[in-house]
Design a protein around this ligand. Structure first.
Ligand SMILES: CC(C)=CCC/C(C)=C/CC/C(C)=C/COP(=O)(O)OP(=O)(O)O
Ligand SMILES: [Zn+2]
Length: 474
């Protein structure tokens, strides 16, 4: 098997330099809490969450503090092991190795853990070998380029952030790859002749926006496709006619923001749908009547974190303004060819959908930067309760995160539980990178993670660096 650059680093030591102070706990504390949580593993899955909360509420203050602590060092150990084992152990995920790089390296960045230069170089080298000569990245060296692994590879390189990492991306070839993946209706396919869905639209648009290659040729028709995926419930499905789902809702919403067409979605029903997905257990479910799962802390929590900056557009929709000011301006400038039709809503009323071609959509890479600077309207979900679910029910005390009690940890859930924890911690922050007030962070303030740019799920500083780097390139 192809040896991964990541396992090729001899890494007898961790290969990582710690840049964070240790959290206030001892090994004895860790053993005590592990014992409590291990006893819970005997229970049935559905009983575990309520039992965890019962124990928490009756526990002495010291135990409560420990239970709500982010076991940072353990997570870093788990992630470091994952990086070192990428080659031999992840054979089963061989077509997903850029994802594993992203899940692990992004998690490390959220934890403010810097990588050893050798590990960084190995990752850049490995991803370069996943790069297709005609654009895009495959799941491993020599594999067919795929939009999901292209997104994972680009996000990893942006997170690594060195000039060599950013310069290793072939923007021109990548743009050609994106255009080849575009269907005549405007939406994207995951790979050559592959499935067309909202995920493909998001990964294509996210990458194009980050690399400053977004233009009308890429965005044309994308908004129309995503509108067809917003369901009668208010959430967004993977494809027209399917069920609304948290993963696709994040992808559809973020795409609509990145192409400057978010006002076309029915935001009020979208807000309702996502907000009601936070369950009694305090975590989010992915779709109606399903179980909560830690990874939706980001897909659903992140969607609400995006909507916190869209409240004025939602208010305009509530007042039933037929067109947003921006839309009207565009229309007067002759940039919009619009046609409208109506679809029924579950309450019997009608919803108007405007089809139009906004030829200014997604000009350059400014949207992501402008968005993060818009006013934050405050959380639309119970952000403290979500932190409680992540820390008590998804956190594994030996390191890593899982879907729910009774399941096993993995790097995907570690990435999206940490990303969800970050958006919950910063949901009260007025500006994107200002530290949240102490009462916005559950547990000790040392639990605080790095803030993310919610449109790309990148650590904010890493995004700023990439934006500066690519904005001077035409
Ligand atoms: C950027 C990118 C590629 C995003 C992917 C978004 C994402 C997570 C989509 C979800 C896919 C899906 C249908 C899961 C349902 O799984 P399930 O039936 O096992 O779970 P459920 O019971 O919670 O619905
Ligand atoms: Zn999950």
């Amino acid at each position: 098997m192809e040896s991964s650059p990541i396992d090729s680093s001899s890494n007898a030591s961790s290969g990582l330099s710690s840049s964070t102070s240790s959290p206030p706990h001892s090994d004895r504390d860790h053993r005590q809490i592990t014992l409590t949580v291990t006893q819970l593993e005997q229970l049935k899955v559905e009983e575990k969450v309520s039992e965890i909360y019962r124990i928490l509420s009756g526990a002495p203050a010291h135990t409560q503090t420990l239970m709500l602590e982010l076991w940072r060092d353990k997570h870093i150990e788990f992630l470091t092991r994952g990086l070192n084992q990428l080659g031999p152990t992840y054979r089963v995920l061989d077509a997903n190795r850029p994802w594993l790089c992203y899940w692990i390296i992004h998690s490390m960045a959220l934890l403010r853990e810097s990588l050893d230069i050798e590990v960084e170089n190995n990752a850049v080298d490995f991803l370069s070998r996943c790069k297709d000569i005609n654009g895009g990245y495959g799941g491993g060296p020599g594999q067919l380029p795929h939009l999901a692994t292209t997104y994972a590879a680009v996000n990893t390189l942006v997170t690594l952030g060195s000039n060599s990492a950013l310069l290793s991306i072939n923007r021109e070839a990548l743009r050609e790859f994106l255009l080849r993946m575009k269907d005549f209706c405007g939406a994207f396919r995951m790979h050559h002749t592959g499935e067309m869905d909202v995920r493909a639209c998001y990964t294509a648009i996210s990458v194009a926006s980050l690399l400053n290659i977004l233009d009308f040729e890429i965005t044309k028709g994308v908004g129309d496709y995503i509108l067809r995926c917003q369901t009668y419930e208010g959430g967004i499905a993977g494809e027209p006619g399917s069920e609304a789902h948290g993963g696709y809702t994040f992808c559809g919403l973020a795409t609509m923001i990145l192409i400057n067409e978010v006002h076309r979605l029915d935001l009020t029903s979208l807000i309702d749908w996502v907000a009601f997905r936070q369950g009694l257990e305090f975590g989010f479910q992915g779709r109606t009547n399903k179980l909560v799962d830690g990874c939706y802390s980001f897909w659903q929590g992140g969607s609400l974190f995006l909507i916190q900056r869209l409240l004025s557009i939602a208010e305009n929709q509530i007042k039933s303004l037929p067109m947003s000011i921006e839309q009207e301006q565009l229309s007067m400038e002759g940039n919009v060819d619009s046609a409208a039709f109506t679809v029924p809503k579950p309450d019997g009323s009608q919803r108007q959908i405007h089809y139009f071609e906004n030829k200014d959509a997604g000009k350059g890479s400014a949207t992501g930067l402008d968005f993060i600077r818009t006013t934050n309207g405050g959380p639309l979900f119970h952000s403290i309760a979500l932190q409680q679910y992540i820390l008590l029910c998804s956190q594994v005390l030996e390191g890593g995160f899982k879907d729910k009690p009774g399941k096993v940890r993995d790097h995907y859930h570690s990435c999206y539980c940490l990303s969800g924890l970050s958006v919950s911690q910063y949901s009260f922050s007025k500006s994107a990178d200002s530290p949240p007030p102490p009462n916005a962070v559950l547990g000790p303030y040392s639990n605080l993670l790095e803030p993310v740019h919610p449109l790309y799920n990148l650590v904010l500083d890493k995004y700023y660096k990439a934006h500066e780097f690519f904005s001077v390139m035409s």
